[in-house]
Structure formats: C-alpha cells, structure tokens
Write a protein that binds this ligand. Sequence first.
Ligand SMILES: Cc1ncc(COP(=O)(O)O)c(C=O)c1O
Length: 475
Amino acid sequence: MNDQSDRDGEILKNLFSEVEAFLSTDRESSCADPMDPERLSKLLHLDREGGIEDPETLKHWVAQYFRYAVKTHHFGFNNRMWAGANISSIVGEIAAAVSQTDAGSYEAAPVSVLMEKYMIRQMLDLAGFSSGEGQMTTGSSNANMIAMMSARNLVSEHMKSTGLFGHGKLYAFVSSDAHYSLDKAVNILGIGLDQLVKIPVDDHGRMELAALQREMDRVIAGGGKPFFVAATMGTTVRGAYDPLPELVRLREKYKFWLHADGAWGGAAIFSDSLKSKYLRGLDEADSFTMDFHKMPGTSLICNVLLFNKRPGIMDFVCNVGDKSYLHRKEREGEEYNLGAYSLQCGRRVDSLKWFLDWKFYKKEGFAARIEKYHRLAELGERIVGETDELEMVVPRESFNLCFRYKADGDKNRFNELLRKELHRRGLTLVAQAYIRGEVSLRLLLTHKDMEEEQLRDFFGNVVLTGRDLSGLSQL
Ligand SMILES: Cc1ncc(COP(=O)(O)O)c(C=O)c1O
C-alpha cells in the first residue's frame, strides 16, 4: 500500500468510529442542546487551523459536527417528518458517495439507473399506474412543481415552445392547508401567485368541493382556465386527506390535471388497510408524489414522482435541450439517460439507498411500520383525551397529533413557552404549528423503534414540564 491509501484508510477508520459513537448515542441523553448562534460559533472555533491534508483535521471536525448536531435518531426528536435514517439507506449513502457518479446517464451510472427504474416500476404497481412512468426528484416540493409543469405544458400543444405568451390566464387550485411548495411552483412556472386559488377546508381539514367548484366557475366566467388541482394526501399540519374520488369525478367536467401530493401521507400506500382508508381513487390521479425520506425513513433526499396513463409524458414535458455531449443516445436509448427528465443535470445516486431499503425491509416491513405509526397516533389521541392537562386542538385525521396544554390565560404563549422549555431541558424537540391562529404542538410519530412506552414518556414530559411552568408542581 502506498502512503496515500494508508492515510485514506486511517481517515475512513476514524470516520466509522465517530459514526458508530454518534448512532449509539445514549437515548437517555438529550436529543438537542439548544444554543444561540454566537455561543455555538465560539464552541466550534470555526477558524481553527489544522495541518494540510492531515487526517486529524477531518477527525476533529467530524467529531465537532456530531457533538453539536441534533440527534434526530433520538426518541426525543419529534420535530420533523422523519426521525433518524434507516441503516440500509445510510449504507447506500456511503456507497453512493464513494462511487461518486452522476445518476443522470446510463454510461456513468448503469447500476443506479437500473435500480431506479426497478424501484419506479414497484411504485407504479403499488399506485395502480399500470401504463405509467416516473422519476426520482429532489423532494416533493420539486415533484409538485414538475407535476404542475406537466399540466401547464399539456394545456396546448405549443405551450412548451411559446411559454405562457399568447395564452389566457391559467389557474391552479389547492386547499388552504396545502404545502407552501405549491406557492413556489406557481411562482417559478410563471403562473403567478394570484392564479393559485386556495380553497377553504372543512372541519376535517379537507378541501371543500362545493367551494372548489364555485371558484372554478368564477375563473371560467372571467375567461381563465382551471388547469391543475393538487389534492393533498396527508396535509402537513393536520394530516387530512383531500377527497380524491370526488375530485376524479369533478375532473370529468373541468378537465384539469389532478395531482396527488402524498409527500407525507402517501406512505399509506404500503399498507392494504391504510391505502383503502386514505388513498381511494389514487389509481385515477394524473400524478402522485411521495417522499421516502419522511415516514419510510430513507435518508434525505429520496422522492418519487409518478405519472399515470400517459406513456411518453416525461419525454414530452421534461426533455429539452441538446445533451449529445453527455448522453450516448444511439447505444442505450434516452429512456436510460434519466438526466433528460430531471430538473438538474448532475444527479446524485439516490436510487441505491432507496433500493437497499426496499430489499432490506421489503414492502411488508414498510407496511408494518406505517401501521404502527397509525396505531401509535390513535393511542396518542386517547392519551391526550385521558390527561386532564392536555387537549386536542383539532381531532386526529390520520397520523398527525395536534394538541396543547390547557393553560389559563394566553394558551398560545404558554404552549410556545412549553415547547421551548421542553427543548431547553433536552426532553424533546417537538414541532409547532398554527391552526386557525391557535398554537398547537404537532406530534408526528416517525421513529421506527418508537413504542407505547416512549409515547407515554413523551406525554409525561409534556405534562410535568407544563405543570412546572404553570407553577402547579408546588401544589
Ligand atoms: C404535504 C407536503 N407536500 C410537500 C412537501 C415538501 O416536501 P419536500 O420537503 O420533500 O420538498 C411537504 C413537506 O413537509 C409536505 O408536507
């Protein structure tokens, strides 16, 4: 071995021992140590110099990074739509980084391209998109935008070349609880924020169909064209599912593109019972997206966007420009050059971790996991109901629990303080959201090892901290 490979070997050995230590973080310890940026900067000593190409430099900075990083694999991390990452996808991430290639061309990434196509086929079958196609994207925000772009480019056969010039106003419709990525999409695609119509939601947080129809008629009467509806399959805050079967029926009249944004709640697709409860009508949607990096636990970023019933749609909508310097079309055909369809040119190998997760846990493993999260959410709602100090801000719709501490006085301020105090004590970093102006603690259960015991601990910590804050602990 030469000196360089000895050195690289030492670097990797150091890395793996840091990784192991980080992942085996004592779950009794805190998940996060909140610090203001000035204090953290001081502790990090970012201007510290080390030797040139010195393995110690890397060892030091990785240790610093892990030391102050939020431990998202800790049971106390209840802040986002994921908690930690599947070990198989961590393996995939490392292998992808080591192989350092561009998943956009078959020539440079043959295995990853085949894995991606294999996984897309699995997902098309699950979604019931028999003659469909799909792509991995850089998250559901971009998947929502590509779906909207597809709808826009199909409005007229010239749209792709003329752009929006010479066309009347196009209108997209989402519920008022839809994700803000749809606002970004109309901004980027030239539709304009004024043409994104936000439909009120009913008591369950679902798009109100009568209001949607009224708004479509109003737009048409003014000379506009409704071209796109995004149904949210599991809204970010409440976990509500818009009524897909009814939207499918409405599409017959208004001829819009019906996209299902399942970034969060699309994971119900793995479980037969939850799929029939929450995703009825999905096989009739025009497109569907879901994040594997949310409930399924694949490491960030891992998303799939599927198109239904329109063979060749990705080529028609997404494939533009001369890529002959990159893609060897004559040999393997454009369908294996996945970069032709993605937003960016260079693409990370995200298919490997996805594929490894699928082989490691299988569909049954994902189904069991999602069903467990659902059972725990049901239990959580019961615990809130049985605990004098707590109340639901709105009833549970699916996987999300929006609850709060019943404080006297300003409930919003109290619950904001409570959340901060739980964080400061290192007990939990829980999410917070507003529902009709009311602060809610938003619990999303996404830790694959979470069981009833940890859930009860979570609520126990909320109650004890809440009592401390309201001064009741002294009574
Ligand atoms: C319903 C919904 N759609 C889209 C997104 C955006 O997903 P991403 O973070 O992968 O861009 C989210 C993220 O929370 C979401 O909840």
